[in-house]
Design a protein around this ligand. Sequence first.
Ligand code: FE2
Length: 453
Amino acid sequence: MTTPFKNGFAPVNEEITAFDLDVTGRIPAELNGRYLRNGPNPLSLDDPSAAHLFFGEGMVHGVRLRDGRAEWYRNRWVRSAHVAERLGEEPRPGPVHAGMDFAANTHVIGLGGRTFATVEAGALPYELGYELDTIGACDFDGGLSGGFAAHTHLDPVTGELHALAYFFGWDHHQHLVLDPKGVVRRVTDIPVPDQPMVHDFALTERFVVIYDLPVTFSMPHAERGDRLPYAWNDDHPARIGLLSRESGDLRWVDAPPCWVFHTLNAYDDGDQVVVDVVSYPKMFVDARLDLGGAPTLDRWRIDLTTGRVGRARLDDRAQEFPRMDERRTGRPYRYGYTAATRELFDVVGGVRGGELEDLPDGAFDNTLIKHDLRRGTQEARQLGRGAYVGEPVFVGAGEAEDDGYVLAFVNNPARGAADLVILSAQDFTGEPVATVHLPARVPLGFHGSWIAD
Ligand SMILES: [Fe+2]
């Protein structure tokens, strides 16, 4: 069996608890909380879950910072019933949607003092304890009629958490709004044909922006036994949905065919809606996790008068994992942060045995990028071969948009272990503010959060 879980994605096989970690530099005293990151980590490379990047059992890596110290590092598998059984533990009680019990592996978020590992396509999130122990699967006290979503967006003004759920058994997507206590306050079904995949969406002050793109559930691929039977579908027109947050009215506009995993941010601009995304020309051709071309950072301008979507390229360097100052989610903003990680694209391209030719040169193998979207400039911080740099998470400190820190796990090949690197966002290419030396490797993964205490 070929596996994508090699090089940067090679799993770790034990759970570690370490206290009082070594630090180079000084951890800012205002960083009190946990930096958590989720990712797929198969229990064994012999398992079927090791055959597809999206199906490795979720493992959350966390570092707790307090009073200028790195108090602990922990990594824990999310205990689905299967994981609990394999680890010789009792299963946690909890709901299951449509038999899809899965160790959520895509994101980890905080909401109202609780911690959730999330995943999409029908499975429920798992609630975790402060020290990453698994509490159980969660349907928000029956508030979910199906699964949830990997990506959510928190409105920093209203405190509402928005999510967009999808499931191959539904003829609609489901837009969900949760209050800060984790109570589902609003559910809106959005009819869509062909059961498209939806990994992310966008939020502005006025709209929920839905990407209905040509990757749809494929029964032939399901019957063929594909683990992820979603495929590029030329017969499914690309469009963007604008769901009014006030009236609930929904409007669709035609869009150029492409694929988007991730939103950087979006905002209203008079008669236009601006949406910044990492965009691929194609994806999942013949249901393969196949890049179909390098991703670029693009800006869509949706004209509400004409219904036209203009596209501009903000950066053509292959990059992913866009993040920004989430105090500005849905509002005009200036700065974004992304990662250009060659191993990510190699592994994905490598699923069909080849490596992509059209990636940027070696100088950008492992790079974090700060984008100044107002000036149209970038600062690139290179991290070297084998750094397997992951998603850059911004943590605000002062009022100014980039007054804060950027946190990312960076592998240190010399030590055979990872560092948590804490950069000053305003001194992006300077010495890190602090580097926390972890006792073990942290595989490349997906998404994470800073969850302040
Ligand atoms: Fe994602």
